[in-house]
Write a protein that binds this ligand. Structure first.
Ligand SMILES: [Fe+2]
Ligand SMILES: [Fe+2]
Length: 261
């Protein structure tokens, strides 16, 4: 089915989301396999919904379900490394690279630089909500406990000033969440617990070096951090996602997000 067939399916009476669905359905017909959306994708579109296997096979008759890579996404090597995920799965790496570059310029040690480099990987690859917790779980098997703890806790610490290091409540958050936004009680409790932890300052330094004002002209390059990654990230020999770590499934899901089951 070519572009003309698609044009015939889209009418001016359709709503935007109906048009999007029609385009998506058209694209699906062009694929060899049926790629599926998880319930979570629908939830984030504001719908509690899923399409069952039988209904989908009826819609795309004669086709099997995708159980491997999604042909629409950039290919990943057989044994992917963290750097492959940076290049082929992270939607944006500038914020991470700029934060890590700032931490390095400020003279912080490699664990702090590494924590800055990874602090928002959940946001850029997977999920925004509770991104500190997801990000920490993704990296926990592969980094020093100080690094993953700091990534987890930066989520709570961001909302609380620490004058001792010159960290104030970010102006950006006033702009994003309004003047009267108060962090939820679980975040407040997490902050209190973090305050007395031995790695408090590592998590705090993520906030200090977090780039809230994005600089479009800053020149940052992942190549500048390959050494630090090599020394601070235990790359599994089987490939990130194919190892038997407690978070391997998270990496696999990011690698093959439309696998049927
Ligand atoms: Fe963050
Ligand atoms: Fe950040």
């Amino acid at each position: 089915m070519g572009p003309q067939a698609l044009a015939g399916k889209i009418t001016s009476q359709m709503t935007l989301s109906e048009k999007a669905d029609a385009i998506e359905e058209h694209m699906m017909h062009e694929l060899d396999r049926i790629v599926t959306k998880s319930v979570f994708s629908h939830l984030t579109d504001g719908r509690v919904d899923m399409e069952g296997g039988a209904a989908l096979q009826a819609k795309y008759s004669g086709k099997l379900f995708n159980m491997g890579p999604d042909p629409r996404l950039p290919p990943m090597p057989e044994k992917p490394t963290l750097i492959d995920y940076f290049r082929a799965r992270f939607a944006s790496t500038n914020h991470l690279l700029q934060s890590a570059a700032l931490a390095r310029k400020n003279g912080h040690n490699e664990k702090v630089v590494m924590a800055c480099l990874l602090h928002d990987i959940a946001v850029v690859s997977f999920i925004r909500c509770d991104h500190g917790y997801w990000g920490a779980q993704m990296i926990e098997p592969y980094v020093d406990e100080e690094v993953s703890w700091a990534v987890r806790m930066h989520q709570a610490l961001r909302f609380f000033p620490d004058e001792s290091v010159g960290y104030g409540y970010p102006d950006l958050y006033r702009k994003y969440f309004g003047d009267d936004y108060q962090p939820e009680p679980y975040i407040v409790e997490e902050y209190k617990r973090a305050r007395n932890h031995k790695h408090y300052m590592t998590a705090r330094l993520i906030c200090v070096n977090d780039i809230y004002a994005f600089d479009p002209n800053a020149k940052v390059n992942l190549d500048d951090f390959v050494d630090i990654i090599g020394r601070n990230f235990r790359q599994p020999k089987e490939g990130l996602g194919w190892d038997n770590s407690p978070s391997a499934h998270m990496w696999r899901t990011i690698m093959w997000p439309t696998r049927f089951l």
